[in-house]
Design a binder for this molecule. Structure first.
Ligand code: UDX
Length: 429
């Protein structure tokens, strides 16, 4: 049994809630603090403000060890470790906005039991040194500091936390590294200890490399379309080389989410702040933008014009298994379609699109079948498993023009064409 610790977790978003719930599951006493009264009210009444598989059950099962508060001092009272899990969105200059991080650091002043501050938020390389200086200035010289970036993916975050490929701990001293390693006892995965700056870089480099793999296969997909090759066959065989790996080689309409777009921008900004231009990553981002424009282009070529056309978007979230709409390709597609004069209908089982454009100008339906009725074209944007249950033989008859653009290569081209669809996909003949 690991030694039980009392931990304060700042931030009750995707990262904070998963971190808090999993640390409680490991046996620690956890106090989660957020500044949003509605979030804390929901959590106290047993509801979870976000959708993440398994998270609700884990919070319910650990309720004696998990409390929620609006009060930073209450969270810190008796806590030995403070986790920073607040968001760090891009600011006007392109640098990460660290105001929420600094507000947490300021609230630590005067704490007596604290032994370590752990940064889980994604921050620019060098932030740790600045936090260290702030802690020293606040008289918290004996409090250790660690960068402990998270690599959990939405939809599988609970499993990823408890069974990670690695736990990266960048610590300012050995005692802090040991403390954070011990805190993870029960987690099945190796702990990799390094200096703070390297740990900060691991997070940004990992996400950039994953995004690079996707953009790379998307470019190969475009080339497959032009040469008659099949990207699915290519990706499978490329991925069998263990040096390359089979993951993140699924061609599609591009990557989105809360991490890849933000972190690639953050890494580019970090580089330009040092006077260096990251050429490869800039191309990776551009390929991702082009990928969405190409989807619209293909529809335009098929329909002649998009003016007055009714186009259904199937799936809105940036990937299945989440309700997260951050940087979802669907938002770009909807806005582009509206700009081209199309009418947009949509379906998604989980998404909570913002009540702003383009979503205020689209009609949302409860089922894929309803969204697609009388449409001139449908786009599979998110590969929700529900789409595989759809009776497509019926759908093809309900559409005005049976054009289906499968942006996630979910279906067999021959089977869809046999049903009567004009079937388009990514990188397949
Ligand atoms: C990612 C990282 O995987 C995770 O380690 C990090 O902590 C946060 O960022 P997440 O954003 O939840 O996690 O989603 P992920 O599953 O990585 O997918 C990101 C985007 O890439 C999605 O839009 C997805 O549809 C797309 N994608 C993924 C592809 O287009 N092709 C692939 O092969 C894989």
């Amino acid at each position: 049994m690991p030694e039980r610790r009392q931990v304060a977790v700042f931030g009750a978003g995707y990262i904070g809630l998963v971190t808090g719930a999993c640390l409680a599951e490991l046996g620690h006493q956890v106090l989660v603090r957020d500044i949003d009264p509605e979030k804390i009210r929901l959590l106290r009444s047993g509801e979870v403000p976000i959708y993440e598989p398994g998270l609700g059950d884990m919070i319910a099962q650990n309720k004696e060890r998990l409390t929620f508060t609006l009060d930073a001092q209450e969270a810190l009272d008796g806590s030995e470790i403070a986790y920073v899990c607040v968001d760090t969105p891009p600011s006007a200059s392109g640098d990460a906005d660290l105001s929420r991080v600094w507000s947490v650091v300021r609230s630590l002043e005067g704490t007596s039991h604290l032994r370590a501050v752990v940064m889980k938020s994604t921050v620019p390389v060098g932030t740790g040194s600045r936090v260290r200086a702030a802690l020293d200035a606040a008289g918290l010289r004996d409090v250790g500091y660690a960068a402990n970036p998270e690599f959990t993916a939405e939809g599988t975050a609970v499993r990823d936390f408890l069974h990670p490929d690695r736990i990266v701990v960048g610590a300012s001293d050995e005692a802090t590294a040991r403390l954070i390693s011990e805190l993870h006892e029960g987690v099945v995965g190796p702990v990799v200890v390094m200096d703070v700056r390297s740990a900060e870089m691991v997070k940004l480099a990992s996400n950039a490399l994953l995004a690079t793999k996707i953009s790379f296969i998307n470019e190969i997909a475009t080339l497959c379309e032009k040469t008659g090759a099949d990207v699915e066959e290519v990706a499978q065989a490329v991925g069998l080389d263990h040096r390359l790996g089979r993951h993140f080689l699924r061609a599609g309409i591009g990557w989105g989410g809360s991490c890849f777009p933000k972190d690639s921008e953050a890494l580019r900004q970090l580089a330009s702040n040092t006077g260096y231009h990251l050429q490869l990553l800039s191309a990776v981002v551009e390929v991702n933008n082009v990928q969405k424009r190409r989807a619209i282009q293909k529809l335009k070529e098929e329909l002649g014009s998009l003016v007055g056309a009714r186009v259904a978007l199937l799936g809105l979230t940036f990937k299945p298994g989440t309700d997260d709409m951050r940087e979802a390709p669907s938002t770009v597609l909807a806005a582009r379609l509206l700009a081209e004069g199309a009418e947009v209908s949509c379906w998604d089982p989980m998404a909570r699109p913002a009540e702003t454009e383009p979503w205020t100008s689209t009609s949302r339906y409860a089922t894929p079948e309803e969204a697609v009725e009388h449409a001139d074209a449908a786009i599979v944007v998110t590969e929700w498993p529900q789409l595989e249950e759809v009776y497509w033989a019926g759908v093809v008859r309900s559409m005005r023009r049976p054009v289906l653009f499968d942006g996630r290569n979910l279906f067999d081209p021959a089977a869809m064409r046999a049903l009567g669809f004009t079937y388009l996909s990514v990188g397949r003949p």
